[in-house]
Design a protein around this ligand. Sequence first.
Ligand SMILES: C[S@@+](CC[C@H](N)C(=O)[O-])C[C@H]1O[C@@H](n2cnc3c(N)ncnc32)[C@H](O)[C@@H]1O
Length: 427
Amino acid sequence: MFDRPDKVIRQFHGYYRNYVDHEKKHESKVEQFGVDFPERRSFYQLLAKGLRKNRSLVEQVLQSLQAHLPEKSIDEEPLDKMAYTTDLSYLMRDWSGEKAHEEEVLKTAKSILEMLGPYYDSHPSVLVLGAGMGRIAVELGEQFREVVALDNSPTMAYCFNHLMKGSLSFYDIQLKRTFHQSEMVKEIKASIKDRNDDLIMTAQRIHYLLGNALNMPLKDGSMDIVVSAYFTDVFPLDLLLEEVDRVLRPGGLFLHFGPLEYHFSDESAMYAADEFRPIFAKYGFDWITETTLENTNFCRPSSMLQQSYKNWQFLAQKRMVTDKGSMQKNPCLCLADAITYKVEGPLGKHHDPSIILYGGREPLTITPVLLEILKLMSNPIRLEQLLADFFHLFEITKEETETRKMVVKSLEELMEKGIVKAQESSL
Ligand SMILES: C[S@@+](CC[C@H](N)C(=O)[O-])C[C@H]1O[C@@H](n2cnc3c(N)ncnc32)[C@H](O)[C@@H]1O
């Protein structure tokens, strides 16, 4: 799923191997604490047990990567920082079932779903970027027909897949800011199955892809919606938008959720919220709506630190063909799929029949003029040629701006309904 899978697997392999070595030394140190400080022996024994358990989970991921490595392969220089890769906090938040975590993740998912509510039918496929342990993707799966979750962390993908078959035990370790010692090292059982039957069925429908969000294993224009929750700030916006723009179809939607924390060092790419709009406009997106949602962030009731974010949430839509920039691009248009039609209406001189089209997302009633425009698209055709043919067909000698606008608007609507698409062309 990666651009150069061998290289990426080796990099992750090297990273995990270093992590495992480091954790083994950490465990030995903690075991020694148990000897040196007998009054806390049982606590250190539990801590060492927790560390061992968490390490064994990472070792399982390491083994599954090893299976994909050629024998005697040398580890690629591991990246020194792989954001979130071994972070089990997301497993805790998404699938521990603990009340505070459930409330937090469901509040986020509800806010995203509410903003996408008007688009459930017209935009059935959703891609969730940096999907982590997958809970947000699964909640979206309750409403959308097709959900693709993509993350580059083998741990995230491994845990999500493992949870389809059974539960996962790990330890939540919080040595700082904790009121009760019993909360410092806590065994957690993560499970999807134990939540409810609907959730596991939805989770099984999610396509979880291991891949890089900057070079996704997805076709151009293949997705209706891209959701980026706690992810837009992982990379400079320009890098991300190039790729989002590629995989979204015209009329597709981009939803951002989260604070702008910026997990990279390039200060020239750290924008304030009010700078996003013109950047999105430059990439051909219209701003639809925005809001903020105050929510906890990894709420642990026993912790002395309670973080809360004012999460910024917005929705932007990739333009069809109406704006000046895209018009100048003169897209190549064609029928998205095979379509058939039926003519309906009373027989009479003064009645225009209705044409019912089949083949898009749902049956669609159109005018006879629009049917003629569709016929002009039986072979791929550039927008400008289509407009010229249309004016010729209806003997409109002087090209009228208003008529032109109307035709383009109708084409937009046909794209929205999945009847017409813009395609890469060698025309
Ligand atoms: C802040 S976490 C958010 C997780 C998830 N969106 C959520 O809210 O539950 C960022 C996620 O992005 C993933 N990630 C980091 N770099 C990535 C990349 N280049 N491609 C895909 N995913 C990436 C990490 O593995 C991590 O799961």
